[in-house]
Design a protein around this ligand. Structure first.
Ligand SMILES: Cc1cc2nc3c(=O)[nH]c(=O)nc-3n(C[C@H](O)[C@H](O)[C@H](O)COP(=O)(O)O)c2cc1C
Length: 492
């Protein structure tokens, strides 16, 4: 724990692994294992059996490197590591100061200053030193093949960095972005960066091209504290600086180190690959066995990352994630996004009560949302809003229900859909719109249809002018008596 900065959780990857181990959630594997197919297969089986995180201490072909996997094995563990009572509290750190009546009197104004100062503590801090500067590899010494990158599935197009925080500075606003985009190793000093069309990395690529630039300084960062690693996979709206957002997630500003190429990276990184994105060298990427459990077929060209320098801590720990049919680690990361962005969604759409991205829907497949319904057509209004909101807009199937339905319980949602939906009236199909780049069901990648289901109870205007049927309720006196006499009945 970092006493000086007020960081509530582990300060880097290795202290996070200690945190997991102290709770019996880390297995150490001492047998020699191969990052090509073998480690990914072990990680998937461990995840399906819910056995926690793993540290591989003897990695074939990569002496000196240890490999961590499944570090985000469970959402409760993530919550504890981040030191919050509810993950939503992280999102409220940004929006809480805007809630409630504004301060009018002097005393209230002074008290509200506390909120402003709290925001300041999330800002990134310049670190003069970083442990990864202990080892620098340059020239022919610097090769991506040194890293214990995984081959995740047999027909993958190569070995992949599967959880690198791909850092680029935004060409327009100058803010830092770090996105988790897989990178296919294409040579000693070349990797192909799979940033999808809807993501900020791709936006930076397009903006750089518009400015006539053909290379963008970049860094691929492997291993950091849990909050920073998770932030890389969060759909933080542009142009919020992702290092700033990492500070919000961690509850404390991220120490950043400026590389010679001008890119700021987390000072607590295990491995940093410094270089640039070559926008003139576009290459085929894939196939790759992705989150849905299908191989993505190469369908467009992606830019090349050119490595200039490798920095790493002594005794570096490499972290990689694996994909495949759910539920794997990625769905826990999706759950994290769902929880921490709920306050942002509620700020924009105050009628939203709760949200659930069911794990087997692999975050972009399906979402259930409950609302406090107030007027005719309100369910469809929320469906339309979410279909255009940030990365939630990539969701293929959305179901909206009333606030008494617990969307975390899929059976309650099924009940609402089954008993409240008249398909002709309540189903919205949006043909030919933007679609998740990985969705295997659309013949034209990135372009497909969406389904919205309004499973709220209908108001008279939506129900042929009639009152919605009355729902059964037990007689209160009988219900109270049954509860009281429960043990008398000899029931468990
Ligand atoms: C394990 C894992 C791998 C991912 N791989 C990719 C990828 O290859 N390309 C991509 O665009 N998004 C990928 N994502 C999703 C992005 O990380 C996510 O959409 C994030 O919001 C991207 O950052 P951005 O919003 O700053 O663009 C992956 C997420 C996870 C958890």
């Amino acid at each position: 724990m970092d006493g000086c900065t007020g960081l509530a959780g582990p300060e880097d990857l290795r202290s996070y692994l200690d945190f997991l181990e102290s709770r019996g959630l880390l297995k150490r594997v001492k047998a020699e294992v191969d990052p090509v197919l073998e480690i990914p297969e072990i990680l998937r089986r461990i995840m399906y059996r819910r056995l926690g995180a793993v540290l591989f201490e003897n990695v074939k072909g990569h002496p000196g490197y240890r490999v961590a996997g499944n570090i985000f094995c469970d959402i409760e563990v993530v919550r504890k590591a981040l030191g919050v009572e509810r993950l939503e509290d992280i999102g409220w750190r940004l929006f809480e100061p805007l809630r409630g009546p504004p301060p009018l009197g002097l005393g209230e104004k002074v008290r509200s200053l506390k909120d402003v100062l709290t925001m300041g503590k999330y800002m990134p801090r310049r670190a003069g030193r970083a442990k990864f500067t202990e080892n620098v590899l340059e020239g022919s010494e610097a090769s991506l093949t040194k890293l214990p990158a995984f081959k995740v599935w047999p027909k993958d197009g190569g070995r992949y960095l599967t959880y690198a925080l791909v850092h680029v500075r935004d060409p327009v606003e100058g803010v830092m972005n770090m996105g988790v985009y897989r990178v296919m190793i294409a040579g000693d000093r070349e990797g192909v960066v799979h940033w999808q069309i809807h993501k900020r990395g791709m936006q930076a690529e397009q903006d750089a091209r518009e400015k006539g630039e053909n290379r963008v300084p970049a860094a691929l960062v492997i291993g950091s504290d849990p909050g920073t690693l998770l932030t890389g996979a969060m759909p933080v709206p542009y142009p919020i600086d992702k290092h700033l957002f990492a500070g919000v997630v961690r509850g404390s500003g991220l120490p950043v180190y400026r590389l010679p190429n001008g890119v700021d990276v987390p000072a607590n990184a295990e491995i940093v690959l410094e270089g640039y994105i070559d926008l003139e060298d576009l290459r085929q990427e894939g196939p790759y066995g992705d989150h849905f459990g299908y191989y993505d077929r190469p369908n467009r060209l992606f830019p090349t990352f050119r490595l200039e320098r490798i920095w790493h801590r002594s005794d570096p720990i490499y972290y990689g994630s694996v994909t495949g049919k759910p539920p794997l680690e990625d769905v826990v990361i999706g759950k994290f996004a769902e929880r921490i962005f709920l306050p942002a969604i509620q700020t924009l759409l105050p009628e939203v009560v709760d949200l659930h991205l069911p794990p087997h829907g692999v975050f972009q497949g399906m979402a259930f949302v409950s609302i406090k319904k107030r007027y005719p057509g309100h369910g469809k209004k929320v469906l339309l809003a979410l279909m255009g909101l940030g990365q939630l807009s990539l969701t293929k199937i959305l179901v909206v229900v009333d606030r008494d339905i617990d969307v975390q319980d899929i059976n309650q949602v099924i009940w609402a859909v089954s008993s409240h939906v008249d398909p002709q009236r309540d189903v919205l199909v949006v043909p030919y719109s933007h679609a998740d780049e990985l969705d295997p069901s659309t013949p034209t990648p990135r372009y497909g249809s969406k389904l919205g289901i309004d499973a709220t109870r209908k108001l008279p205007e939506e129900y042929g002018g009639k009152e919605w049927p009355e729902e059964v309720e037990p007689d209160p006196a009988v219900a109270e008596m049954v509860e009281r006499r429960w043990r008398e009945y000899g029931l468990p």
